[in-house]
Each structure stands twice: as structure tokens, then as C-alpha cells.
Design a protein around this ligand. Structure first.
Ligand code: AMP
Length: 402
């Protein structure tokens, strides 16, 4: 039996018994940095990768065995991806519903379509989180400016109006600071032609996130909670361990696992939360994929989020999520690339005692302001020492001006 035949034998059938062995081919819809890091991790384990992305030589295409260059909604290209893959995953959640159903008919998509359907829409997502017994900020579906006024009066200002679909990194939302803004906010966001949702403003102390994984055999594991700092709604730093009580970190991890269990997640689910000063946790958003706030796992945990995702979708036993060292992950946006490259060649860059900075760059051809180009995992004896390195480096010096 050839290796390929043996893979076929292992991958026939479906569900909880189906295992994709190393040697099999993983198809990735989307060829950005998340696909790239997934492929780098999975190739080390012996898997082959094919990715579909419209940009030639995409970050994932550079490290996959093959890239199909086509639009994400191109049905013929999706068929080709299905033919070449033993298992298919995606690196973004706004996957076209027709493409998903075609891939599910013609290939094996263990993550299914339900998870995408739920997480593509804020209202559906909130209901699913509540069904898992987890709290979200009080919210209301909004269908008119008059109703927005009534709900904004009920929640009080500030409150946050969001589009139900299509928003990311703070886009598609309006923080209503006074009732005078109600009409303008409604007019602006209703242009998106999607449902709207109003949320009570949570005066949070910290933002935390937890990434959990679940496999078809039902095994669930969570990575340690990260404390996230955003600038202009874009992730700037992830700090692990989070600077909060152990009991809160464990509770955040428990909530993420409860969501993974209740939603029958296969693969990864990233859970973003608000922590209030009195220790309450509210879930803000979910992402059914590897997440920027989990990049710290690549150098600081026994298993990275990318390896864990491969293990989960291939139905291998999940790896240990244990944290091996304190870490601060810093995002490298377009404006940080030159300062980073200048800094890491300086001897001072390694002069903080016991600090090792691991640089990851995504191979994007064009560097633009605020475009995610890479990240640095600063490993240190303590979070404080890693933060000292971050402060001493000139990489994010201009951050106040961003
Ligand atoms: P989102 O697009 O939902 O991830 O929101 C982007 C950012 O806006 C979050 O990381 C928060 O900093 C802030 N934000 C969103 N919703 C709320 C809320 N209900 N209360 C307070 N801040 C919020």
C-alpha cells in the first residue's frame, strides 16, 4: 500500500473516527499570514498544503506545496481545492456560503458550516454564547432610528452600535457618546445594509482572550488567557500570563471551553472578553480560527495554536497548552517594519537580562500603514522584563502618533 493509499484508507468515513494522518493534504481557503503559520506548523508535522488565494505568491502560498490563484468565491477553484485536499480548513470567517456547501459536498470540512454561519453574524453569535451559559454585554437588535433612540436611552451613553456582519478591527461600529448622535449613527451604519445591534458600553479594566481547541473525538483544551492591548482598535500587545488574578484567568479559560463544547467546535475558537474591575467577564466576539492574540503560543507554549488546529482538524490527540515562559507578543504593522529591522541588528536588542525576541515576518510584498506584517514574541523571565524590552526598543516609539 502506498502512503497515499494508506492515507485514503485512514480518511474514508467521517466524524469522530476519521483521522487524517501526516502525509495527507490540508487545503486552506485563504492564503494570508494565518494560513502561512498553519502551513509552516503542519508541514513540520509531515502534512502537505494547498491554498486558495487571489494574490499570487501569497504569504501562505510561499510555504504551501501549492497555491491555486483565484477569487475566494470562484466555484471552479473551490472544486480544484476540494479535489486536491484530504481535509479543508479556512483562515478567515467570511467564507462564501455557496463555497462552503460545495466544499462540504466534495471534500471533508470537519469544522462544518454551522460555526461559520453563527460567527459571521453578531446577533447569532451572541445567542450562541448565551446558550453556552456565558455572559455578553446587554444588547438589542436595532431596526429603526426611533428604536435606536429608545434602546440608547435604556442602556445610557456611551453605548456601541455595530453592524451585525462585515465589521472587523473596530470597523462597522459607532460609539454613541450622546443621544444627539443617534440619527447620524443610524444613518451611517445602516448604509451597510445589514442588521444592526446596540450594545451597552462595558467599562472594562482589561481585555482578555482565550483560544480553545476541540477535536472530533470531543477532546477540549484551552491556551492560557492573554491580556490584550489595542491601539486604534488593532491589537498591539498580548501579555501572558495576563496581569490579573489566577482565578480570573482560569475562569476565562473555562468559559472558552464551555463555548467550544456547547457550539460543537472543531478546530480552534478564539474568545475575546472584557474583564471589569469587579471581576466580571463578558464575551465580546468569537473567531473560529487561529487568532492574532494566540501568536504568543508559537514560542511560549508546548504546542502552538497552529499545531493545535492541525491536530484538531486531523483528529490527532491535542497537544499540551502549557505555558513554558512569560511572553509579550508585539504586532508589527507596516510602520514598524523598518524600526524593527534596525533594532534587531543592534547589540542592545538582546541586552535585557534573559530576554529572547523571536521575530516572525509574513512575507507580504507591500508594507502599508496599519497592515499586519509580522509579530515579535518577547520571551523573558517575567512579563515586566519583556515589557522593559518592548519599552526600550524603538519599534513602537511612534505609537502615540498612530
Ligand atoms: P469589536 O469590533 O467588537 O472587536 O470591537 C473593537 C473594540 O471596541 C473592542 O476591542 C473594545 O475595545 C471596543 N468595544 C467594542 N464593544 C464594546 C462594548 N460593548 N463596550 C466597551 N468597549 C467595546
Amino acid at each position: 500500500m502506498s502512503l497515499n493509499d494508506s492515507i485514503q484508507a485512514q480518511t474514508s468515513g467521517g466524524g469522530a473516527d476519521k483521522v487524517i494522518r501526516p502525509g495527507g493534504t490540508i487545503g486552506v481557503l485563504g492564503g494570508g499570514q494565518l494560513g502561512r503559520m498553519l502551513a509552516l506548523s503542519g508541514r513540520a508535522m509531515g502534512y502537505r498544503f494547498v491554498t486558495l488565494d487571489p494574490t499570487p505568491d501569497a504569504p501562505c502560498g510561499q510555504v504551501a506545496n501549492r497555491q491555486i490563484v483565484a477569487a475566494y468565491h470562484d466555484v471552479e477553484a473551490a472544486k480544484a481545492l476540494a479535489e486536491q485536499s484530504d481535509v479543508i480548513t479556512y483562515e478567515f470567517e467570511n467564507v462564501d456560503a455557496d463555497v462552503t456547501s460545495l466544499l462540504m459536498e466534495q471534500s471533508y470540512v470537519p469544522q462544518g458550516s454551522q460555526l461559520l454561519y453563527t460567527t459571521q453574524h453578531r446577533l447569532r453569535e451572541k445567542r450562541a454564547i448565551e446558550a453556552a451559559g456565558v455572559k455578553v454585554a446587554p444588547y438589542a437588535e436595532i431596526t429603526s432610528a426611533a428604536q435606536l433612540r429608545t434602546e440608547a436611552e435604556r442602556f445610557g451613553t456611551p453605548c456601541v452600535l455595530k453592524t451585525a456582519t462585515g465589521g472587523y478591527d473596530g470597523k462597522g461600529q459607532w460609539v454613541i457618546r450622546s443621544l444627539d448622535e443617534v440619527e447620524a449613527a443610524y444613518e451611517e451604519l445602516s448604509r451597510a445594509k445589514t442588521e444592526l445591534v446596540l450594545e451597552q458600553f462595558i467599562h472594562f479594566d482589561k481585555e482578555l482572550s482565550v483560544i480553545a481547541a476541540r477535536s472530533p473525538r470531543g477532546e477540549i483544551k484551552a491556551f492560557p488567557a492573554a491580556e490584550n492591548i489595542h491601539i486604534n482598535n488593532i491589537l498591539h500587545l498580548s501579555i501572558v500570563p495576563a496581569r490579573t488574578a489566577d482565578s480570573i484567568q482560569r475562569e476565562a479559560e473555562r468559559l472558552a471551553m464551555a463555548i467550544a463544547e456547547s457550539m460543537n467546535v472543531i478546530g480552534l475558537i478564539a474568545v475575546e472578553m472584557f474583564l471589569t474591575a469587579d471581576g466580571e467577564l463578558y464575551v465580546n466576539e468569537l473567531a473560529p480560527r487561529p487568532h492574532n492574540s494566540g501568536h504568543y503560543t508559537m514560542d511560549a507554549c508546548q504546542t502552538s495554536q497552529f499545531e493545535q488546529h492541525v491536530r484538531a482538524i486531523c483528529n490527532l490527540p491535542l497537544g499540551s497548552t502549557e505555558l513554558m515562559t512569560p511572553v509579550v507578543m508585539g504586532n508589527i504593522l507596516g510602520q514598524h517594519v523598518e524600526p524593527l529591522l534596525d533594532w534587531i541588528v543592534q547589540p542592545e536588542s538582546e541586552q535585557v537580562d534573559g530576554v529572547t525576541a523571536k521575530v516572525h515576518l509574513y512575507g507580504k510584498h507591500e508594507s502599508k500603514h496599519n497592515r499586519k506584517m509580522g509579530h515579535v514574541n518577547v520571551l523573558a523571565k517575567s512579563v515586566e522584563a519583556a515589557m522593559q524590552w518592548i519599552d526600550a526598543s524603538n519599534i513602537w516609539e511612534a505609537k502615540e502618533k498612530q
